[in-house]
Design a protein around this ligand. Structure first.
Ligand code: ADP
Length: 401
């Protein structure tokens, strides 16, 4: 191989290495390697760590036999042989090429092992239909390409590990934040309860009936807050361990939402809530848990979108019931929208009110999932948030559980 070829190859490897991900790098390599080694198709197989079997992860047909792209079965046998020998394997067709022979039946195959560190991680297979045989120079290029792809695989493995570690760290941080939040959330109501009851019990002071009622109302409110918090914790633990029981029966979503609204209005009489229900049929659901979902959405809207009017609509769309829960508060920044349904996740920043554990939307998500439905949020910061819930109308969606 002359110096010029080597430096062009080197430039190609550099170009491929600069791609954003390993599949684009492979694609660049496959598309531009042909001046150095003549091949019609190329396939890359990797060992699937779960099954230990070989899985095709990339196949490209560039020359003759383009239709073979989707079906890389032509490389399966040689790939298995390379794995068994952990060495280069060349397969030449048994017949000599004659003018009338179908070139696609005269495949010259070249398979080389790919390593991830010391581990045999996969195989790259080149195929050339009709010949000529792979020359020594082609074998060198193929060996260089396989070494380079091995480096790529190793880099990918490191990147995967890095992302996994990052995710683990993020979860640990969430749990640490959660511990800090939960101790605060437990202490605050307890502090109020203790403070006001001690005040009421003082021998040296007498309180008029109005003040007593006011203090007792605060104690009751804080005790409710504690109860709610403990329920959230228990429910989240049950959901996490799959031990929360669901009782599915035909229920009317409009009636359920009206009930929740009545309860919310008792506590927040000034809240503006508009309901808009189309004609909706009963759906299979667990009343108690679904009511919990809407209680959480209302309590979030009250916390994070104070004074905002709220709208709740429910419409049948195809074979689903689509509920929209709309507020006109500060909204949720796009980068946090998918994460707010995670356990313990709270959007950091100035809008964060002090009360909250990051469990509410996780609980909503799990309950909706148990109903084979979907929940997501759409929001443009500054223009409020719309929570969408879609539930199947048909009980047959539940037959799997
Ligand atoms: P918590 O309210 O206990 O923090 P949730 O799981 O109910 O936990 O909500 C997760 C986060 O989503 C909240 O901390 C808040 O930042 C954000 N959030 C939820 N609902 C709204 C809303 N209606 N408007 C703006 N932000 C919201």
């Amino acid at each position: 191989m002359n110096a010029e070829t080597l430096s062009s190859l080197f430039r190609l490897f550099q170009k491929a290495a600069a791609q954003a991900d390993w599949k684009s790098a492979l694609e660049t390599l496959a598309m531009e390697l042909r001046p150095f080694i003549v091949f019609d198709n190329l396939a890359v197989y990797l060992v699937d760590p779960r099954t230990n079997g070989l899985e095709i992860v990339y196949a490209r047909a560039l020359g003759r036999g383009k239709t073979a792209e989707a079906d890389a079965a032509w490389g399966d046998r040689i790939a298995a042989e390379v794995m068994a020998k952990d060495a280069l394997v060349i397969e030449t067709p048994p017949l000599k090429f004659k003018p009338h022979t179908d070139r696609l039946e005269m495949s010259h195959l070249l398979g080389l092992p790919l390593h991830e560190g010391k581990r045999l991680g996969g195989v790259i297979v080149f195929v050339r239909f009709g010949g000529p045989e792979f020359s020594d120079e082609h074998l060198h290029v193929a060996a260089l390409a396989s070494t380079w792809i091995s480096c790529l695989l190793e880099r990918r493995a490191w990147q995967d590990t890095y992302h996994q570690l990052d995710e683990v760290q993020r979860r640990i941080r969430l749990q640490d934040d959660f511990l800090a939040t939960i101790s605060h959330e437990l202490r605050t109501p307890l502090g109020f309860i203790k403070g006001y009851s001690t005040t009421l019990l003082r021998q040296d002071t007498s309180w008029d009936a109005n003040t007593q009622r006011e203090f007792l109302a605060i104690i009751e409110e804080e005790a409710d807050r504690l109860t709610q918090l403990i329920e959230d914790l228990l429910e989240s633990a049950r959901l996490q361990s799959n031990t929360l029981q669901f009782k599915f029966q035909p229920m009317r979503m409009d009636a359920l939402i009206r009930d929740v609204v009545l309860r919310i209005k008792q506590r927040h009489p000034g809240l503006s809530i508009t309901l808009d229900f189309g004609p909706i049929q009963p759906i299979p659901g667990d009343n108690i848990h679904l009511a919990r979902v809407f209680e959480n959405l209302f309590s979030n809207a009250i916390k994070y979108a104070p004074n905002s009017p709220l709208e709740v609509s429910a419409l049948q769309e195809g074979d689903t019931l689509h509920v929209r829960f709309i507020d006109h508060g500060p909204g949720i920044p796009p980068e946090h929208q998918s994460m707010i349904f995670e356990r313990f996740y709270r959007v950091p920043g100035e809008h964060m009110v002090s009360t909250g554990t990051g469990l509410g939307l996780y609980i909503c998500h799990q309950i909706i999932m148990a109903h084979h439905g979907k929940i997501w949020v759409e929001s443009t910061p500054g223009h409020g948030a719309t929570f969408h819930i879609q539930l199947p109308l048909d009980a047959s969606a539940y037959s799997a559980t």
